[in-house]
Design a protein around this ligand. Structure first.
Ligand SMILES: [Fe+2]
Length: 437
């Protein structure tokens, strides 16, 4: 088999894997649940499905393949910039049967385009980039659809085995040495524009938590009156916590002195050693302040994840350069919850930091910006239009993310008030002179 055939097989397998997931998430509910809106924050599931097909048609059928449109008439309906999520149910969308037919028809054409396209010679197709971008796009929407499932009210429809058990993780914090490290990538074939280029960054030494903050630790902040004490909150955070009447992470509920949380239609006692999930940036920041720490910057997070002090180089993943396996990280919607801390010893970074990839997206204190040398590719709407102070960067992916769409260089972003996403955090702090001596 030639390397191009190999790459084609890999692309085809990834496209199929993404589609299997989309199908599972949309076949799990009836037509009524597919077309209705489960939250103003989310699109109807049937919009996500046809939007996945429409992006695939635009980039792979029309642009890469140079083929005639399948349905030029619906581009406008599925343009995410034209209609806010809140108004999408009012649009004359394709119905469930039509949407399924449409994405199937597009996919058939894409397999044909894949067979006939040389995966080299110009940047859009080098290394299968455009196909990889569409795989990641579908997987990102699969995570969004999973978040819609979490907001859906009704009988549970999704099932998965529980995550592996937790284990020992060593000291609570890890010292990351100061000095230069390589951030971002110029070599990862499917990396998106905002992850590029690789560049040197110098940090001071700092401490970072060995694991994400757990439900148990977060519950102590709640019990200590954390949500009622402005000392722990930024000005914007305090204004938000009051306006939105926040008292605990989303989907937590207190019954008879005990916390419960609801996930995918099932209500269970809070698991103390699982990472906290469904907190917004403001909540993460307030907890960190209460704990006498702060959130890591995006630079610090990536250094803790990738820097190998033995060689000085940055790895693709915390555990090394090989793709994730079940032993490394809680990804791919394999489990429908974050795993208890210490569940993935094989996934620890060279410095001994655990569960950086998978489980929960981790808020960082950084605004979303392009790196020095950033170049828009292939379109400004992928990330450049979001650069600026409105968004905070999240890192590492969650149990709802697919491994095709998560790397140690991968950057996600969202508004600091959002918490319907699978977001948690870990803390960091400066290292004092005494601690370094
Ligand atoms: Fe999209």
């Amino acid at each position: 088999m030639t390397s191009t055939e190999n790459l084609r097989d890999r692309v085809a397998a990834q496209l199929t894997r993404a589609r299997d997931r989309s199908r599972l998430l949309t076949d799990a509910v009836d037509d009524h649940d597919l077309v209705r809106q489960h939250s103003k924050l989310m699109s109807p599931l049937v919009w996500d499905l046809a939007h996945i097909g429409n992006q695939e048609e635009l980039w792979l059928v029309r642009d890469v393949g140079g083929r005639e449109p399948v349905r030029a008439d619906i581009d406008e309906l599925y343009d995410a910039f034209k209609h806010a999520r809140s108004v999408r149910p009012e649009l004359p969308l394709l119905g469930p049967a039509e949407a399924r037919r449409y994405v199937g028809e597009v996919r058939d054409k894409v397999f044909d385009v894949l067979e006939r396209t040389p995966l080299e010679g110009h940047r859009l197709v080098d290394g299968g980039f455009a196909f990889g971008m569409i795989v990641q796009h579908e997987q990102q929407h699969d995570e969004t659809m999973l978040a819609t499932h979490q907001l859906r009210v009704g009988e549970p429809v999704l099932d998965a085995p529980p995550p592996p058990r937790g284990g020992p993780v060593g000291p609570a914090e890890v010292l990351v040495p100061g000095g230069p490290f390589t951030m971002g990538t110029s070599t990862e074939a499917w990396a998106l524009d905002n992850e590029r280029p690789a560049h040197q960054v110098v940090t001071e030494p700092f401490f970072i938590d060995t694991t994400p903050v757990t439900n148990g630790a977060y519950a102590a902040f709640v019990a200590d009156g954390g949500y009622r004490d402005p000392r722990w909150w930024s000005e914007a955070g305090w204004a938000h916590v009051r306006k939105a009447s926040l008292v605990a992470p989303r989907f937590w509920e207190r019954v008879d002195d005990r916390w419960y949380r609801t996930a995918f239609g099932r209500t269970e006692p809070l698991v103390a050693d699982q990472p906290v999930v469904h907190v917004c940036y403001h909540e993460a920041e307030a907890y960190a302040t209460w704990a006498g720490k702060r959130l890591p910057t995006e630079v610090e997070w990536e250094k803790a994840a990738r820097f190998d002090p033995a060689t000085g180089r940055s790895r693709r993943y915390p555990w090394g350069d090989e793709d994730p396996t079940e032993a490394h990280a809680n990804l791919n919607q394999r489990h429908l919850a974050p795993a208890p801390v210490g569940a993935y010893p094989a996934g620890a970074s060279a410095l001994g930091v655990h569960q950086l990839i998978g489980d929960v997206w981790e808020w960082t204190s950084s605004d979303f910006h392009g790196y020095a040398g950033f170049e828009v590719f292939p379109y400004a709407e992928y990330s450049q239009v979001f650069f600026g102070p409105d968004y905070k960067v999240l890192r590492g992916g969650s149990f709802g993310s697919d491994q095709a769409a998560v790397r140690s260089t991968f950057r996600n972003w969202d508004y600091p008030i959002r918490r319907q996403i699978f977001s948690g955090f870990r803390c960091a702090r400066d290292a004092s002179r005494d601690e370094l001596a």
